[in-house]
Design a protein around this ligand. Structure first.
Ligand code: SAM
Length: 314
């Protein structure tokens, strides 16, 4: 324990120096060029790759910097990536960096800053339509809006132009997951590519996950398979039809459609068992705006909390 801690501190110190051009000493794993990409992904998924340092060529091999001593690793020198604070503002979703403004020079710097970034985009539209998607301009890298995103040991294939996705809700997903009793039946009415459904499946007996967008349901099915999840049923349906599809009631209902949640609340209430929980997300300027509508239903209590900001004041 102590040795590793001291090593970690030393590395942090050296990374700071490396911003001024110094090389950093870290454990390295040597991998044949052919299996380089596969091994890089494995190390990344296991949380072993040191993201602050650049892998480098060494003859016929690639040397990957790893956070800790591993079998076969040796102490090596690596160049540090630029610190994330020195880069233009962006949101990272898997291998895609989304910049707020189309800045080609900044996009090129972002692309070169991490080997995991394969594409840099900027939105050409707001989140729009029933499917809640945006249109994008490709600024640098591979011309794609598809990527793989990792969250708490789960993997999600995402296509930003086909279906909605936000990495900013990961804390909220974990909060709900940790509040669940064992073996609950969960309904995710607006499931998208499945981040809530597949996360909550870990503690549930059964999850029904539904969305109106065929592209989202296609990716949801893919993500169920990718994570070997066996208790999520993916359904292509309008949320207002769900009460006619499911004859039973759920312990927990998730409603992540912030602009339309109140409209679908009657359906959520009719599918939630007495004593169950509904997580309804709504876009508000002030707390309490939805309370009078919610209290028209036979609810035993309402807890309201700020999850994240959407735009200033909302
Ligand atoms: N829960 C997902 C997540 O967190 O990534 C997606 C949330 S996104 C804000 C809302 C989703 O609701 C979109 O995927 C959209 O296609 C879907 N949707 C919109 N209207 C719907 C409806 N009437 N019935 C079912 N799904 C709907």
């Amino acid at each position: 324990g102590n040795t590793v801690e001291i090593g970690a501190l030393a590395t942090l110190e050296l990374i700071k120096e490396a911003r001024d051009g110094t090389m950093v000493r870290q454990w390295g794993i040597r991998v044949g060029k052919k299996e380089g990409e596969l091994r890089r992904r494995e190390l990344l998924e296991q949380g072993l790759l040191d993201p602050g340092l650049k892998p480098r060529r060494d003859g016929e091999s690639i040397l990957f910097p790893v956070r800790t001593m591993l079998p076969g690793s040796t102490m090596e020198e690596f160049e540090a990536h630029p610190a994330i604070d020195d880069l233009p503002r962006h949101e990272l979703i898997g291998g895609i960096a989304v910049m707020q403004e189309p800045d080609p020079e900044g996009a090129a710097r972002l692309l070169g800053s991490r080997p995991s970034i394969h594409t840099v985009l900027s939105p050409k539209s707001d989140v729009e339509g029933d499917f809640r998607t945006r249109r994008f301009e490709i600024l640098a890298g591979e011309p794609t809006t598809m990527t793989r995103y990792l969250e708490h040991g789960l993997r999600f294939d995402i296509d930003l132009s086909v279906a909605y996705f936000s990495a900013r809700l990961s804390t909220e997903r974990q909060r709900i997951y940790s509040s669940m009793a064992e073996g609950e039946r969960v309904l995710d009415m607006f499931a998208g590519v499945g981040p809530f459904a597949i996360t909550l499946a870990g503690g549930a007996s059964f999850v029904a996950a539904s969305d109106l967008n065929p592209g989202a349901v296609h990716l949801l099915r893919r993500n169920i398979a990718l994570n070997r999840t066996r208790n999520v049923l993916a359904i292509l349906a309008d949320a207002s039809h769900l009460p006619g599809i499911f004859p039973w009631r759920f312990d927990r209902v998730v409603m992540n459609l912030p602009l339309g949640a109140l409209r679908f609340l009657p359906h959520a209430v009719s599918m939630c068992r007495s004593g169950g929980t509904i997580h309804m997300y709504a876009l508000q300027e002030n707390e309490g705006e939805c309370l009078s509508e919610i209290e028209k239903f036979p609810v035993s209590g309402v807890k309201e909390r700020v999850v994240r900001s959407y735009s200033p004041g909302r």
